[in-house]
Design a protein around this ligand. Sequence first.
Ligand SMILES: NC(=O)c1ccc[n+]([C@@H]2O[C@H](COP(=O)([O-])OP(=O)(O)OC[C@H]3O[C@@H](n4cnc5c(N)ncnc54)[C@H](OP(=O)(O)O)[C@@H]3O)[C@@H](O)[C@H]2O)c1
Length: 264
Amino acid sequence: MELHLKDKVAVVTGASKGIGLAVVEKLAREGVKVVAGSRTSTPELDALAAGHDVTFVPVDLSTTEGAEALIQQAVERHQRLDIPVNNVGAAEPRESFLKVDDAAWQRIFDLTFFSAVRTSRAALPHLIAAGDAAIVNISSINARLPFPMVVDYSAAKAALTNLNKSLSEEFAPQGVRVNAIAPGPVRTPFWTAPGGFADATAEAAGTTAQEALDVVVPQSMGITSGRISEAHEVADLTLFLASPVAANITGTETLIDGGQTKTL
Ligand SMILES: NC(=O)c1ccc[n+]([C@@H]2O[C@H](COP(=O)([O-])OP(=O)(O)OC[C@H]3O[C@@H](n4cnc5c(N)ncnc54)[C@H](OP(=O)(O)O)[C@@H]3O)[C@@H](O)[C@H]2O)c1
């Protein structure tokens, strides 16, 4: 399918690893000019920047200044902006709601919710000027399926999904579509980093991190397809929603969870 994305300008938050990196790669291969924000780069992102029109911008996206600077640098470099992908977000495994203090709630909300508020606010005047623009928000099944183990993250993603709808209502008449993606578990450093959710699951199940991701997580979470998602699959969906092929799709939240969500 021809996505008609060539020469558009995109910003991807949380771009150095996982889903963000996969989105940068696929956008770059479609001829999109990509501005990629995260605190640090990786060899994989460096390689994309060497071979494509990909610019790495080191920013802390948990701050207002970081979010605004990323958008500003994208517009300064390319004189326009068409596609912000609000991907950055993080969770920390929680033992109990009673042990999550205000600082922890604020940390998770800053990165998972307010980063999208701030980048969207900075980007929207440029998106309206560009016309035919699209925001893609990477939410989570936890927006509608709260887990006590990620109580604060679930609430932040619910806020993001809610914001997604408000923005789509306000800005569709001005040529900006706004859509969200709600992944179930995806094989990224979010799970696979040392001490991450795969290690925690493996320890509880008395197995290896690999086995935890390939068997324990799909079985215990009721993933009908029998496997978790891959980052490139979420990236494909992101590109579709960002592209003019999805020109009449706005205000949606699309699941990619192998059938984990059982409700309609
Ligand atoms: N993986 C899953 O199972 C899953 C499921 C549902 C939803 N999601 C959502 O998908 C999105 C991406 O997740 P992922 O699994 O790809 O995450 P990941 O593998 O942990 O990657 C996170 C990315 O965000 C960057 N980042 C972290 N803190 C940052 C900060 N303060 N400022 C700027 N960049 C920062 C990281 O780079 P630096 O550390 O260098 O900054 C990295 O590039 C998140 O919103 C997540 O909630 C993931």
